[in-house]
Write a protein that binds this ligand. Structure first.
Ligand code: COA
Length: 204
């Protein structure tokens, strides 16, 4: 099982001018540990308790679990975001289902190593992932599998909200979070909204 690439229908790797979005490999475990062991990163991800990753074995399991996402739901995926040239994994982007909710709806998420913020990498990676999901996730009957995609964050996560704004997601405000504890700042897009906003950007 270890390190098998995800069984996704996306044409991986997804490429942008500066980034390659590709499955995590076992060799990335040290970098994964470096990211996931940082409380200042993981405290923004999901409900507490936020427990920093403790060792390489956990990192390898994290990679396996991420790569297994499409096995359970072909619209779900988590990808390493690698900077072209340096080959450094700057972080992760993902599409997943929401907890306790309509399975037709997905959420998009992102996190970066602190040494890789401030370059627009998360925005560029999330844009590429949403472009590809809307272009390539079709059911056996050819109907699109992805329509509404939510983006949910803690109400005070201003860097993440700035990404959602740059992506052109619709801001539904700060409100009692339907999926996670407390208040969330919740953005959303749909296939039609995203396609209109894409304005002819090529999907690679
Ligand atoms: C949220 C998080 C990904 C934001 O990182 P980020 O670096 O601010 O986001 P981006 O990669 O899109 O970069 C945007 C920044 O790069 C700057 N930038 C520099 N060059 C750029 C370029 N070529 N293109 C776009 N932006 C560029 C932007 O101006 C912006 O900086 P600013 O906020 O000072 O204006 C990061 O803080 C993080 O991982 N936090 C912890 C986990 C987390 O909160 N995840 C989200 C949970 S909902």
């Amino acid at each position: 099982m270890t390190g098998l690439p995800p069984r996704t229908t996306l044409p991986l790797p997804l490429r942008t001018d500066r980034l390659s979005l590709r499955p995590y490999a076992p060799d990335d475990a040290a970098r994964v540990l470096d990211i996931q062991s940082r409380y200042d990163v993981i405290r923004w991800l999901g409900d507490p308790p936020h427990v920093p990753m403790a060792g390489l074995a956990e990192a390898r399991t994290w990679i396996e679990d991420l790569n297994a996402l499409p096995d359970n739901d072909p619209r779900c995926i988590g990808l390493a975001v690698e900077a072209v040239g340096s080959g450094v994994v700057v972080g992760t982007v993902m599409l997943t289902t929401l907890p306790r909710t309509d399975p037709a709806e997905l959420q998009v998420g992102w996190h970066l190593h602190p040494d890789s913020t401030g370059h627009g990498y998360a925005t560029e990676a999330a844009r590429a992932l949403l472009d590809a999901a809307y272009a390539h996730f079709d059911g056996a009957d050819g109907r699109p599998l992805v329509d509404r995609v939510w983006c949910d964050m803690f109400a005070d996560n201003e860097p993440s909200a700035a990404i959602a704004v740059r992506l052109g997601l619709r801001d539904t405000g700060i409100r009692d979070d339907p999926w996670y504890e407390g208040e969330g700042h919740i953005f959303v897009t749909t296939r039609d909204d995203w396609t209109a906003h894409r304005e002819g950007r090529p999907v690679r």
